[in-house]
Design a protein. Structure first.
Length: 87
């Protein structure tokens, strides 16, 4: 995978999906509409070649691949937010 071709904003989407496990609520936390969030999730699925989240009674359940990415993605998002983007 070539990082130059990856939209790093998708990491925020993946992190929000894992935290909320609901497309609409995750989108709201990022200021995105439900259709925009669904489109971003579709791009993530294509990027990783995995559904990442599947429908369940209580929302969206992460797949094993999403679970394996969760800690790393959260760390990357926090490092960018708290270390790189600090004034």
């Amino acid at each position: 995978m070539d990082i130059r071709k990856v939209d790093l904003n998708l990491l925020l989407v993946l992190d929000a999906m894992y935290r909320h496990q609901h497309v609409t609520r995750a989108g709201e936390s990022l200021g995105l509409s439900q259709p925009a969030m669904s489109a971003a999730l579709s791009r993530l699925r294509q990027l990783f070649g995995d559904p990442l989240f599947v429908r369940a009674r209580q929302g969206m359940t992460p797949t094993p691949r999403a679970q394996s990415l969760q800690t790393v993605v959260r760390d990357v998002v926090q490092q960018i937010t708290h270390q790189i983007l600090q004034p």
